[in-house]
Structure formats: C-alpha cells, structure tokens
Ligand binder design. Sequence first.
Ligand code: UDX
Length: 433
Amino acid sequence: MKIAMIGSGYVGLVSGACLADFGHEVTCVDKDMAKIEALRKGIMPIFEPGLAELVLKNMREGRLSFTNDLKPCVGDADAVFIAVGTPSRRGDGHADLTYVYEASREIAACLTRFTVIVTKSTVPVGTGDEVEKIISATNPQAEFAVVSNPEFLREGAAIKDFKHPDRIVIGLEDERAREIMTEIYRPLYLNQAPIQFTGRRTSELIKYAANAFLATKITFINEIADLCEKVGANVKDVARGIGLDNRIGGKFLNAGPGYGGSCFPKDTTALVKTANDYGAPLRIIETVVAINDARKLRMAQKIIKACGGSVKDKVIAILGLAFKPNTDDMRDAPSITIIESLKKAGAHVRAYDPESIEQAKLVLNDIIYAGNAYSCAQNADALVIVTEWEEFRALDIGRIVAALKSPIIVDLRNIYRPEDMAKKGVQYTSLGR
Ligand code: UDX
C-alpha cells in the first residue's frame, strides 16, 4: 500500500516508520523543513527508544521517505493518515482542530482517485464528519472515505505498542475503505492483534474514553495512597491486592505525583468539554481533572513538609523532569508545577534528567542542571525523585547520603522500600506507605 502520513510528530513519525517496516511505501510529510532535512539525515526530533534505527533501516530499504510537499504523495496514495497535533485550545480546553482542518483542505486539493483519509490524531467525536464536509466542499469531484483509526501508543514504548497493540480500532462507514484498512493492518492481523471495526463516531469516542479511564485509574490509586498515609496502610500492597482481581487488573495502579504528558491532561479536558456540549456531563472525569491538577501542587507541599516546613534558601535536588521515563517530553510534566512551587517558596532547585534537560530549559527558568544523580545531590538539603528513570532505581544510597547536606529523600514514585531507607539512615518520604 502507498501511504502518506501528514505530520511527523510523535504519532506520525512512529506510525509512519512502523507501517514502512510492515512493508508499505510511506511518505511522511511535515511543514517544518528543518525537521524534514534532519529526518533525512536520520536525526530524530524526539527521543524515543529504537526509533532512529527503525527510520534509518526503512529509509535505506526504500520504503520510507520525508518531504514537505504533500501534493505528489497524496495524489499517489491509497491512504492518507492525518497525524497532526490537536493541542488544547487556549481559553476553553477544547481540542484545537485548526491543523486537522488545514490538512484536510490541502489533502482534498490533491486527490486524484479513491483515497482513504484516516484520522490518527486524537479528535473529538464528529471530527470525521467535519473532515468529510471540508474535503467535499474543497474538491467536489474527490472520491474518498474518511476513517477514524486512533493511536494508543505510549511514549517511551511507542514502537512496541504500535507493533504489538492490545487492539486496533477502526471506525468507518465505507466498504472500500474497510478493504484498504484491512490490507494496511494485515501484518498485525497475522500477529493475532484484535481489530475492532466500528462506526466512525464510536471509534473517535473510544480513544477519549480509554485515556479518561486510565487517568481515572491513576487518580483513584493516588487518592487511595493519601488515605493509606492517614490509616497506616501500604498503597503498593493495596494496588496488588485489587489488581490481582482480573476485573480490575494491576496496570496503571502506581501512585505518583499526578499524571502528565501530551495526552491525558489535554484529552480529559477535551472530553469534559464535549460531554458538556452534548448535555451529558462526565462528573467523574471533571473530578479526576481537578484532583490531578491539585495533586501536583500538593506534592510541593509534601516536599516542604519533609524539609521541616520550609525550603527557603535551601537547595532541593530533583531527579527526573520528563513526565515519565524513556522520553524527553516535558508537556504537562508534574516536575514543572513542583519546581515552580518550590521556587516560589524560596528554594533553589538543581535538577538532573537523563534525556529531557534541553526540553526542560525551554519551560523552566532559574534552575541549575546537573550531569548525573550524584552531582545533583551534592550539598543539597533534600533529594526528590520525580520521574522513575531506570538509572534512579538502583542508586548508591550511601553515596547519595554522603553527598546530601541532610539525608532527606522524597520518593514520589515509590521506587525504594521504606525499611531499606530507614536502615541507611535516610529520612524517607514516599506515597501512601
Ligand atoms: C498515554 C496512553 O497510555 C496511550 O495509550 C495514549 O496513546 C497516549 O497517552 P503516554 O502519555 O505516553 O500514553 O504515557 P502513559 O504511560 O500512559 O503515562 C501517562 C502519565 O500517567 C504519566 O505521567 C505517568 O507517570 C502517569 N502514570 C501512569 C502514573 O502516575 N501511574 C501509573 O500507574 C501509570
């Protein structure tokens, strides 16, 4: 199949590279010429394990190319995927569909034969209808079908998630489109990945409902962690105890500083807006959003408390800035709220992250960056683990304690055991234990 992928961000680039690896002929399009030129040289715009190798391999083998000119590849394509950004609209939290609609108009003008237009970007219910209208209005002769095919990949595990998905969801109303989509995903079908065909609006909603459910699960365990602290219970054991029930499942039950990233915060907010617009408010998700926002601020209070009630003129060492490990993505990272609050309370912040320091510099001012965990801890008044990178899981705690001015460690990801920390003389604070 010939595929044009519009937008070379996280989803577009990973999907494009993986579809090429399945044997399809993929052209990734992006307006950012600097990005295209870098990609042609094998330089990735994001940090994602395995991506550079996959892109290079498929470019070398002639199945993957990059361009800023969508005309030739769209005209020639069996399917055109729209994988542009749908950020939160300023002011009201609705998904901003400017880029999706702009891409639709540009695609419409280039269509030459029956083509499937696939929205891979996360788009609110009804966007497929809108895209259809735009294409018909721009090019009344165009023969096409609009399909919804949401992407469920996680950053840091994106290639594995794309190639071994729990399911593929495809929303469509057109038989010819069904054939083309089946062909595109045949390699996964052969791997026995379940493919769910459904209506387009249903498919659009599945993506939001999945993200909102996962955000709810995380928020649930975060609140249970708070209760554990009050009643003297252990949230890790509670999570295991409930997660072993197959109806609940053990994943996404790790208490933490609140969910962040490019999807959960914006998608929960957008879903709440859609629900209100249709007069079917989602009270649970509204509450999840409010609790999660408040939690990030409360984490700063927890750190201040662990430091004896004040961080004024103290140096706080922060390990981990990205919203989760194995990514350099700083979007809605809890570290931002935590660091800003600590600074407001008079702290000096020194931080280390294995991958995201360059991204962090774009959103955080007045902090000092360290080259590793130990230099970050040097002479600091407390050490805070915000992101659970692998390299923070087996720190030489003796060395950290020796480096710190006082042996205070706040672990917002529960990666150490309170008993072990006590033995090493650490004044240890974690979540819900
Ligand atoms: C998410 C969805 O998982 C994915 O299916 C969708 O396509 C995009 O959004 P992503 O944002 O990459 O993926 O990261 P994810 O691993 O889901 O984590 C999101 C946030 O939740 C992170 O801040 C993470 O630290 C937090 N989290 C996750 C927890 O606090 N506890 C958990 O148990 C799991």
